[in-house]
Structure formats: C-alpha cells, structure tokens
Write a protein of this length. Structure first.
Length: 686
C-alpha cells in the first residue's frame, strides 16, 4: 500500500495538507431515491402558474424519468380533484427514450392538482430479465425464488380475491411446476398489474412541484360575444335597460351567446368629455361610460339614465330567456366626482401641488378619469373594496367580466383577486382587455384571466395571420392563453376597415369567427359596416359611441345581420370550430388567399376555410391540401360542402383550384364529407 505523502512534502508542492478527519457534507435526505424526473409537461414556468382546461377535457401529462443502471422505472401520475385530500394514481405508459405519458379527464369546475412520481420497477425489471433467459438457464431456480419474494410482498398488502390470486402464483414458483408453467404465470399481464397495485413503492422520487389545472365551464370553450351601448336604444331619448327587449331579440337572432355591456355605472360630471373626445363637454353630454362615478354612486350603482338595479336584474333575466349570458365591463378607475375620491383620496396618485393626477397616455389625455394608485399605503383596503365590487355583481347574477386595461393595475392584485373569486365562484370568467406588450399580455393570462384579447385586429396579411395564429395555437402559451378575437371594438376601427367595402368586413368576420373558438364584435357598428375614422391615421370612429349616443338603423337592407347569423350557426353546428388546437394552415400559391382547417380528434368534423384577403379584386390560386391527414384516406374522393353558398365540390387528390370574388362572397367555409363511391357518381356537382 503506498504511503500517504507527508505534510512537509505537500507544502513543498504548494498544496495544503489534507484534512483527513474533516466532517463530510450532510447526507442527502433522500439518498436512496435513484429515479430522476425531468421535463414534466404541461407546466407553466416550472409550475408557478396553472394550465387551463374546460370541463370534459383530457389532460395529457408527459415526463422524463430515468435511473442509474439497467433497472426499469415505473412512472405514476397522481391527481387530486378540487376539494379532495386524497390522490388518485395511475401508471403512466412508457414511450421512447425514457419518456412517459399519462392522462386524466377533468370532470368538475375548480382547481385540480397533479404531479408525477417514479420508482424502480423491481418486478418489471425481474420480468424483463426472465423473458431474456433461456429455459435451461441454471440460474432459474434463484430467479423463481426472487420472483416469489416480490409477489409475496405484494400479496401482504392485498386482501380477498386479489391476495389469493397473488399467493397462487407464489405457490407455483415455489413448487415443482414445469419451467414453462412458471414462466407463463410470471409473465402474465394481469399479474404485473396486481403486483404494481399492491407493491410498496420504496424510495419513490417525486416531481419538484405540485402542478395545477384550472377547469372552466363548458361554455367557456367557444362563444360569440356582441357588445352594444344600451344608452343608444332610445332614439331621440336616452336608452334604458328596461327597453332592451327588442335589441336582445335581435342579438339572439344572430346566434350570439353573450351580450356584453360597457360600464353601466353612473358617469362623472366633472371634466366630462364631449362628442369625439372633445375636452369641453357639458352636463348635457352623456360622457364616457368608462369615467365611472358621480354623486349618484360608483361601481356598485346603475346610472339613473339607464334605470335601476332592479332594471338590470330584469335585463339579465330577459337576456337569459333568449339564451344569452350577460358580460359586464369592470373598469377599476374613477371619475373626479366618484365617492372614492372624496372618501379615500389616499387611493389616488397626487401631483406636487396636491391635486390628483388624471390618466394620460401621451399624447392622449383623459381628464375625466383618475387611475387608482396600487402603490398606496392603504393597498389592502383598496384591494378588499375592489373585490367587493366583483362580489356585488356576482350577487346580481353576473359571472362574465370584461376587464378594462388590466395591464395598468398591479399583477399581484389580479392573481389574488381571480384566485379568490374562482375559489368561491369557479364558473366566473374574466376577459383581459389588454392590447399591450406580448410579455404583459401573457403574464395576465398566466395570473388567471380566462380569455385574452389578441393582436388579430392588426394582423391583416397572410403571413401575419399564419405566424400569429400558429403561435397562439401551437406555441408555449397554448396551455394558458385562451384567445378572444375581435375585428373591431368601440376603441378601435382598424386601418384595414377605413373606408373599406363590404367584402373587407365579411373577410374579417369570417377570419375572426373561424380562426378562434371565441370571438366578438362591437355592434351595430360592425354589421352596418361603420368605416369612417375620426381623422386620417386615427383608429377612433368619427362620432364615436364612447362619447355620445348613436341612432342605428339595424334593419338596413345592406346589413351583415343575416350573414353573421349564418356564420354563428355554422360555428354551432360544426364541432371542429369549437376549439383552436387543431388549427392547420395550408399552402396556396397566391398570397392574397389564405387557407386553414380545423378538425375534431375523431375526424368526424372537418372544416376548411379559404378567404380572399383582397377586398377589391378577384383572386385565384392552387391549394395544396393534405387530404391524407384530414381523413380522406386511400385516395377516395371527398365531397366538400360550402356552408356559406350551399354549393358542393368533389375533391380528389392534393391540388385544387380556388377562385374567390369579393363582390359576391370572399370566402369558402367547407365541410368535408367522405364518400365511398366512384368519382363519376358526383359528376352533377360540377
């Protein structure tokens, strides 16, 4: 044995003496846990945030799990239902390269918790090695003893019929049965399942995080929203909620699911804006509904001009009678004469001269709005009060809220508020109206917002639409960012629609309604094709309804009303359009034509959409359609039914000619129907 170098020699070599008796590092707490778990999906920011699903969805969970040496690994998916304390467990299937997959179905509202655990699969490893041994292997006697020990251990944790079945195999292995009998008994799949269920999973490794799924109601999966201003219902006089019956019937006739109202609270008198955002409005002007509060009340009151709280409840009941849910706008900001300003001045930011700072987004000024200060020393009381506003409207029967400018309020507030509300009222949904930077929009979605506005309003070209919706449906945000698409809003008349012809509105409507399972329009401005901006380059409407009442001729013969009704009916009748994950874009050799499809998992519903993005000219091109991936198998022709025009086409092969004229209909919405007949049976369709 070589001698240990002396201290003197070590010093000569420039090294310090070894600390032979120094204390070792503490042993790891789980030193016998041999399995490593990595890359668990789906997970958001290492488990910091929950993924989103709808009641009835299947959640697919995958993870990498591996160990040192050659032993097999068993991976277990653990799921805890809302309110439960006990985990349900299911074994995950082994894929390639140490990847495992498991699934569970969410069947109720609320927060599910899931995680992954793994351990050395001793019995599985034994069976794998046994299957490799020849029947005359001299070590089989030892193998039977090892197998019997593992099965007996499992039997000790079982009872009744299950325990008896395990003990019978133990007796076979310890008896004089033939090698083939013993081998067959051990390699039986039913035995493997029993041993796994009843064995003690020693030295089990666990995923570092318990992960969450927030489950929303079925009607969150797909919806069509219609926004209107009740104050414009009255013609020459101020509209009232009690007079909205005909408007609700009109909205329902177009197939919408949700009627969304701008704020209905009292509007501030101080600094009230005039028509077209004029800063010198007077008391005769109706002002902006987003300037909330006056002497009549604040966020928990209804503007006297619209009616009473009882009128709102009657409005909601009437809407529900037409099959419409009511969504309310929540704008957490105040007019200068809101009661909060008087009673809680500490909730607002003050200038050096002591006056309260009004809202600005230079060069825009909002003298009629005071933003709340989320850095106030009294922030806890502010949070509690805003929570009480949400509870108040939930008590009035509202469970849908569109949140105005959530990106101008504290992230921590939204995470707290939404989690608190959904814990008590899990059917409540929140739509984030945040046209802002991508990271901010995604953060709000992670914090719990059920839906998110998108950049669709400004995505016009084929490339822009393809890249953006591929990101939304296939990118990292698909597990938490649920898109809500709007071709227009009261704030935004996009440049594509400035002085645009009918075909532009039709194209944007079809794109919105088919690219996204959730969409909305601001009407009647949209169906009446309001297309005049306040000034060149502005996205504000001329005579914007945000600042004045408008009179709308909803029975105008050129209205898009009937087309909207048809499209919403198509959405309802075709399950392929009820989700976004199956969205695929297909090549067309003309950049003015965009083509995409959606399909259900079982391929029973397949919809192909082709849109002419040029509202002024006829466009044509050749479409390459991957028929084999969309259910048209074995080269058989398929019938394509245009759900807009009623026409039928017979498609065979991968390339198809398309021509769309904006003056007639700038789009096809095609439903695929497979047929087993010969091509000649459909000659009459040409």
């Amino acid at each position: 044995m070589p001698k240990t170098p002396s201290k003197r020699r070590l010093k000569t070599e420039g090294r310090s003496a070894p600390q032979a008796l120094s204390k070792p590092l503490p042993f790891p707490r789980a030193g016998r846990e041999r399995v490593v778990i990595e890359s668990v999906q789906p997970t958001i920011d290492c488990g910091r945030f929950a993924i989103k699903r709808i009641v009835g969805d299947e959640v697919i969970v995958e993870a990498d799990a591996f160990a040192d040496g050659h032993d097999l690994v068993a991976c277990v998916l653990c799921v805890r239902r809302p309110g439960d304390q006990v985990w349900s467990e299911s074994r995950m299937a082994a894929l390639e390269h140490d990847r495992f997959r498991g699934t569970f179905v969410v069947t109720e509202l609320g927060a599910y918790v899931y995680t992954v655990r793994a351990h050395i699969d001793q019995f599985g490893s034994f069976c794998r090695d046994l299957a490799r041994r020849p029947l005359n292997d001299p070590d089989l006697k030892s193998a039977w003893a090892s197998g019997a020990s593992l099965i007996a251990e499992a039997a000790s944790h079982a009872d009744g019929v299950e325990a008896q079945a395990l003990r019978e195999v133990v007796e076979i292995l310890r008896g004089d049965s033939a090698v083939t009998v013993k081998r067959g008994a051990v390699l039986d799949e039913a035995l493997a399942q029993r041993v796994w269920r009843f064995s003690e999973h020693r030295y089990e490794s666990a995923c570092a995080q318990e992960l969450k799924v927030i489950v929303d109601p079925e009607w969150a999966r797909h919806s069509a929203w219609y926004e209107f201003f009740p104050r414009s219902l009255g013609g020459a006089s101020h509209g009232r909620l009690r007079d909205a019956g005909p408007m609700l019937e009109y909205i329902a006739s177009m197939g919408f699911d949700v009627v969304y109202l701008p704020p209905i609270s009292p509007i501030g008198q101080s600094s009230r804006k005039g028509p077209n955002n004029a800063p010198s409005g007077n008391h005769a002007d109706v002002g902006s509904p987003w300037a909330i509060g006056n002497a009549q009340g604040g966020h928990k009151a209804v503007a006297v001009a619209l009616g009473t709280l009882a009128d709102f409840r009657a409005f909601r009941t009437q809407a529900e009678g037409y099959g419409l849910r009511v969504a309310l706008d929540l704008a957490f900001q105040c007019a200068p004469d809101h009661p909060y300003v008087r009673d809680h001045p500490q909730w607002f930011r003050h200038r050096p001269d002591g006056t309260i700072q009004y809202a600005e987004n230079p060069p825009k000024k909002y003298q009629d709005i005071y933003p709340l200060d989320f850095e106030t020393d009294d922030w806890e009381a502010l949070w509690q009060e805003l929570r009480s506003v949400v509870i108040f409207w939930i008590d009035q029967g509202v469970n849908l809220f569109r949140i105005d400018n959530p990106h101008t309020k504290a992230f921590a507030f939204w995470e707290w508020l939404i989690a608190d509300i959904k814990a008590q009222y899990p059917e409540t949904l929140f739509l984030a109206e945040a046209f802002t930077r991508p990271l901010v929009m995604h953060r709000l979605a992670k914090l719990g917002f059920s839906y998110s506005y998108t950049y669709f309003t400004w995505r016009n070209t084929k490339r822009e639409l393809t890249e953006y919706f591929t990101e939304l449906t296939q990118g990292a945000g698909r597990d938490y960012f649920r898109p809500h698409v709007w071709p227009n809003t009261p704030d935004i008349l996009p440049g594509y629609l400035h002085h645009a012809p009918r075909a532009a509105f039709v194209a944007r409507l079809i794109l919105a309604a088919t690219l996204s399972a959730n969409y909305g329009i601001y009407g009647p401005a949209f169906e009446l094709m309001e297309n005049v901006p306040n000034e060149a380059g502005s996205e504000e409407y001329r005579d914007s309804e945000k600042y004045q009442r408008r009179s709308w001729a909803i029975d105008r013969p050129d209205s898009l009303r009937d087309l909207i009704a048809r499209i919403n009916r198509i959405r309802q009748e075709n399950p392929a359009l009820h989700s976004d994950r199956s969205l695929q874009f297909h090549r067309v050799d003309n950049d003015n034509l965009i083509c995409y499809s959606k399909a259900t998992k079982d391929m029973r519903s397949v919809v192909v959409v082709i849109v002419n993005l040029d509202p002024y000219h006829r466009q044509s091109g050749w479409l390459e359609w991957p028929a084999d991936r969309l259910g048209a198998m074995n080269g058989r022709p398929v019938q394509m039914h245009d759900l807009l025009s009623g026409a039928h086409y017979l498609w065979s092969g991968r390339r198809h000619y398309v021509e769309l004229a904006p003056e007639s209909m700038p789009a096809h919405i095609l439903c695929m129907r497979q047929h087993l007949y010969s091509e000649h049976d459909f000659d009459y369709y040409y």
